[in-house]
Design a protein. Structure first.
Length: 252
């Protein structure tokens, strides 16, 4: 058995690792051996999710997202999806909190932990929701789910560049993964201590599209953990947390 040190951030500790409990390693440039708190699988093909077990979602339609120079991300879909994955991985590699190992659904043979589903559909719950995720305070579970609603993102967006669309999807994805790791929303009157401008706070509540199309990262660490009894009740009393964009934010 291998004893692994605590991962930064509360509630994220690998203790004794056996052959039946895989040790995930994050793909971090210059730090290839960083221990990851979770394996996160990106599912680009829609389908039925644990959050909405009675709804079968259509796959994300990348051809619906026009780029400023003409064309869409669908012109090179595999490259686009890989750039989103790499950007999500980079965000967590740079985070002071827990790290994750990010894979696509079709390139991993390991047991899936947290799954992020992409769909072109709007949220069945209505509103301006761009994403929804299981909220898991302090990451006590490792089999969470998130859903990202492409049509709502399209309605709030514009003809951004290819790289800006990569950032939009990567930032929304990382935000939802953040909820599955136990991060809640940060209000706009809570300034990060790092001195970075508030618009780059990835867990900000009610992002504008201008905020999402820029590079972003986590700048607030998780410091408070719930009791064991609260964790036990989390899936019945507070199963998900929803996220919306505040406005189109066309001006800089």
């Amino acid at each position: 058995m291998l004893l692994v040190a605590t991962v930064a951030g509360c509630g994220n500790t690998f203790e004794y690792i056996t052959a039946s409990r895989p040790l995930f390693v994050a793909e971090c440039e210059g730090d290839a051996d960083r221990v990851a708190a979770d394996l996160v699988v990106l599912d680009w093909y829609g389908g039925v999710t644990p959050i909405y077990p009675n709804d079968e979602f259509e796959a994300l339609d990348l051809s619906a997202f026009e780029t400023a120079g003409g064309g869409t991300p669908a012109d090179d879909a595999e490259w686009f999806m890989e750039q989103v994955r790499l950007q999500v991985q980079r965000i967590f590699c740079e985070s002071p909190g827990p790290c994750v190992c990010v894979r696509h659904l079709d390139d991993t043979s390991e047991p899936a932990g947290t799954t992020v589903y992409y769909t072109q559909a709007l949220s069945p719950s209505g509103g301006r929701r761009i994403g929804e995720a299981e909220y898991d305070p302090c990451n006590r579970q490792h089999d969470n789910t998130a859903v990202i609603f492409g049509e709502q993102i399209r309605r709030l967006g514009a003809a951004y560049t290819f790289d800006e669309w990569v950032n939009v999807f990567a930032n929304v994805t990382a935000h939802e993964i953040g909820h599955t790791l136990g991060y809640g929303h940060v209000t706009r009157d809570e300034s990060p201590e790092t001195g970075r401008s508030i618009y780059v706070e990835l867990m900000l509540d009610g992002h504008t599209m201008n905020e999402l199309r820029r590079e972003a990262r986590f700048v607030v660490e998780q410091t408070h953990c719930p009791s064991d009894s609260q964790v036990t009740l989390r899936r019945t009393e507070n199963p998900t947390i929803t996220c919306a964009a505040a406005d189109t934010g066309q001006s800089d």
